[in-house]
Design a binder for this molecule. Structure first.
Ligand SMILES: NC(=O)c1ccc[n+]([C@@H]2O[C@H](COP(=O)([O-])OP(=O)(O)OC[C@H]3O[C@@H](n4cnc5c(N)ncnc54)[C@H](OP(=O)(O)O)[C@@H]3O)[C@@H](O)[C@H]2O)c1
Length: 224
């Protein structure tokens, strides 16, 4: 049985990941920004009030889990804000950077001390953070925050490899969640459960010999 902690697990892909790991018999800890009431009601172990923009919140979580050995850590918490060149909201963009790029760095810094040899750290970024794959432009703040998260993931690969912890950057697919409710024009969406099943498969395949990779939940290797 592996012990898995997922940030931003209140709803969407994070909640689906907690259910997926728990269903196969792992210990899934859903770190929620809120109280995770609906997850508690469904029998999921919840760590409430975990804000990835707050180092003290994450250190308090590490102290609560001091006796726990984490095998898998998934940095999933994220936010989206639509913008365009004609409508740039710089405060919203700073928020995107704080949650989507600095958030996973805070999570790594605070929680990887609970991990050891054979540990796996997955970061949910997004295909739109790929520079090579950017064929349309737009989404300034979100694209830039996720590109920064991709760079962070490669840095963490180098940082954590000597400790036997493997790192993978993950795109969950186009997933029907609260985040994408306004984006239905983008075409086909998969369910959070389908996405979570794919993400679990990618993390299962990750090991200490894996080079820094950016993978779609369906297994496709994505360009940086
Ligand atoms: N859905 C997609 O198609 C898609 C595509 C590419 C990448 N992604 C990425 O996948 C991840 C999950 O997305 P989703 O679609 O499941 O989004 P979602 O349904 O909007 O859920 C986002 C989760 O992140 C939490 N969160 C937000 N700010 C936080 C903070 N400061 N600290 C801790 N938790 C915080 C939210 O908590 P509350 O419920 O309390 O607000 C919520 O549980 C994100 O990183 C997103 O960028 C999603």
């Amino acid at each position: 049985m592996a012990c898995v902690l997922i940030t931003g697990a209140d709803r969407g892909i994070g909640a689906a990941l907690a259910f997926a790991y728990r269903r196969r018999g792992d210990r899934a800890i859903a770190a929620c920004l809120g109280d995770g009431e609906s997850l508690v009601a469904a029998g999921i172990e919840v760590a409430p009030g975990v804000d990835v923009t707050s180092m003290s919140s994450l250190i308090a979580l590490r102290e609560r889990l001091a006796a726990t050995h984490l095998d898998i850590l998934v940095s999933n918490a994220g936010v989206f804000h639509a913008d365009s060149f004609g409508q740039l909201d710089f405060a919203a963009m700073q928020r995107l950077y704080d949650v989507n790029a600095l958030g996973p760095l805070r999570v790594a810094s605070a929680l990887t001390p609970l991990m050891g040899q054979g540990g796996k750290f997955g970061i949910l970024t997004s295909r739109v953070g790929s520079i090579t794959d950017n064929a349309t432009g737009g989404m300034y703040g979100y694209r830039m925050s996720k590109a920064a998260a991709n760079q962070l993931g490669v840095n963490l690969h180098h940082e954590l490899k000597p400790r036997g912890i493997a790192v993978m950057l993950l795109h969950p697919g186009q997933v029907a969640t609260d985040m994408t409710r306004e984006l239905s024009a983008l075409g086909e969406f998969i369910t959070p459960e389908e996405s979570a099943a794919g993400l679990v498969r990618q993390l299962d395949a990750l090991n200490a010999a894996t080079p820094p990779e950016f993978r779609h939940a369906n297994g496709q290797l994505l360009p940086w």
